[in-house]
Every structure is written in C-alpha cells, then in structure tokens.
Design a protein around this ligand. Sequence first.
Ligand code: NI
Length: 391
Amino acid sequence: MNIKELAKLEKEYIIKQRRFFHMHPELSTNEVNTTRQIAKELADMGIEVTTFENLTGVIGTITGSKPGKTVMLRADIDALPINENPNKNYASVNPGVMHACGHDCHIAMLLGAAKILSANKEELVGTIKLLFQMGEEIGVESKHYVENGSLDGVDAIFGMHIWSLLDSGFANFEYGERMASSDRFTIKITGSSAHGSAPQEGKDSIVAAAAIVMALQTLVSRINNPQNTFVLSVGMMNGGTQFNILAGQTELVGTTRTFNRDFRKTLPKLISDMASSVAQAYGCKAETEYCFFPGPVINEHANLNKIAREAVAKQMGDKALVHMDKMMSAEDFSVYMEKTPGVYGFLGARNTDKGICCVHHHPDFDVDEDVLPDGAGIYAQFAVDFLKTSD
Ligand code: NI
C-alpha cells in the first residue's frame, strides 16, 4: 500500500475532523462527547471499539489478515482552559475551553491513519491498536490505560506531537533524551505566630521559607553533577494572614525537571533533608511531600527510532528530518514507554507565510493544516513497517 498517496486522498476528511474537534473542545477527564464522536468515526470504518467505564478515551483495534505483532498508535484528545480568540471560522464554541495544544490535530491524524489502515487490513500481518487518550494536560492520566491492561501484549507504541516551534514540512524523531520528567513537591513550614513588632517572641515561617527557596537552588548548583540537566523551580509561596502578624505557616510548591531516572529517585530525600535542616536553623519545622508525575521521554530503542524516521522520510522526504534540542517540558507518553518500548517525535506545523506562528497554549494557537495528512501517513507507515519487522 502506498500510504503517502492514500494519506493525500484523506486530506479533506482529516481537516474536517480537525475542525470539528477544534470547535468542540473538552477539558481533561471530561472528554465525553469527544470520546463518543471518535468511537462513532471508528465504528463507521468497521473498526472494533473499546470504551471504558469511569474513563474517557477510546481504543480502536484493527486486526490484520494474519496473526503477528501488536503495535499501538497514540493520540491525546484533551483541550485546555483557555478562551480562544474568535479569529477563525472553526473557533471553539465552548467558552473558556480551547484546543490550544493541537490535540485536535492528533485526533484527526490518527482517524486519518485509521481510515487508511482499516481499508487495507487484508494486507496487515498483526494487530494495530489506536489509543485516543484522555487527560494528557494534567499529569499522568495515561497510567489508567496501563493499569487497565490496555497495553498488555503491545510490542511497541508510537506517539507524536504537532509542533508550532518547528516549520511545516519538517519533523523530529531522534534518539535519546527528548522531554524531561515533571514532578511536584510541596513543603509545609511551621513556625509560631507573634506580633510583627516582636519577632523574638515567635518563629517566622516566611523567613524560613525564603531561606529554603534559596537553599533549594544549591541542589542544582552544588549537589547535582553539572553534566546532568536539572531544573528546580518554586512556583508558589503562600503564608501569613496579616501584615503585622508573624506567619505561623507557609507553604511552598514547586517542580523538578530532569532526564536522569536515578537522580530523580534521590530528589524526594534531597529536598526533604534540605527543607528540614534549613527550617530547623530558623526554629521551624518543614514537612515535604513529593509527587512523581511523568518520567522523562527518552527514545532509547534504536530500531523504533529508525522505523519512525523512515516513516517520516517516506511521507515527507529525507530532508524533512531535522534536529531539535531536548525540552524540559513533559509528556505523559513516558508512562507507556516505561511499560512498552516506544518512540516519540514532533511534526512541524508553523508557517509564517500563512501567518501561523503562534505558540502552544495561546488563545491564537493554530497549525498549518496542510501537514495533517503527513501526520496521518506517519502514524500509518510506522504501524505497517513495525509489523513487518521480524525481531
Ligand atoms: Ni500537547
């Protein structure tokens, strides 16, 4: 099957789907109508559909004419709490909700791939699972599909993000570290209140918290090996009740980002020890809670990376493949990669000539829709080529 040509034929369908989902965005975990609509599209193609109780998202299963390996293609489907600027005729009709990250494109591209693959399933050896995943924007919702067994028996998983920082006509699939882990820590500092004019009578949790914020940066500059990429940011500091009262309680909330799985495991203790020691020096107590969110996205399976790159080259030409620096932002696709060998990449969709150059998560976000058939083709090509591999 010539997937590139087949993808071109689906262009109208893919763009129609993209615009439908763009107009009808739903927030993470709330993708009820989105799930229903995707399920209907899949069913109309004759694809076996699996939905879940208490979990949005849907899986389509395409079974080839002969048994073989199983490959999963993943698209995330949720939107963001952003009020879209109504500057396109397919702008969101749901106030305050917008597909500002491009997950509408992921749905449309995977539906396009579904059409191509289901129409040619007689040529397939093995099984293709199409995972339309809910809740990517809010943490690690992807874990639910691992926990409910959806990835059991899957030999490889493929994911990709439409990317507004890369020009249309280009794509990035490269070996190694791609996106960082993204964890959250909360530190509760307890001192004791007193009159603001008499600090010697209390223990000031705000001063202790300020010292902890500064001390935590030494985990980056003094404890971490400088060769290890690591970010620690405190984004929230809340404490106190009135200007003339010493704050008895202050809370810090922050995030850590790294690609190093072993170093990441040491962070809860490092942060907790630092916070406790500094708090103690100020006569206060600190309690630290550390939540592991998505781990790093690392393309560490050379064979899958090669298949993905060849899939891009077949759809868009060799020159489409470009380098992109790794990013400190995160993606819960990593949860699948911890269970199943996977590969993750990016499809450029910026086109300044067409005035499409707005960044993700912005009320003017848009993509060059001409790249969407390429995306559908890459999905389909990866699946077909992976199923042909023998090892
Ligand atoms: Ni996204």
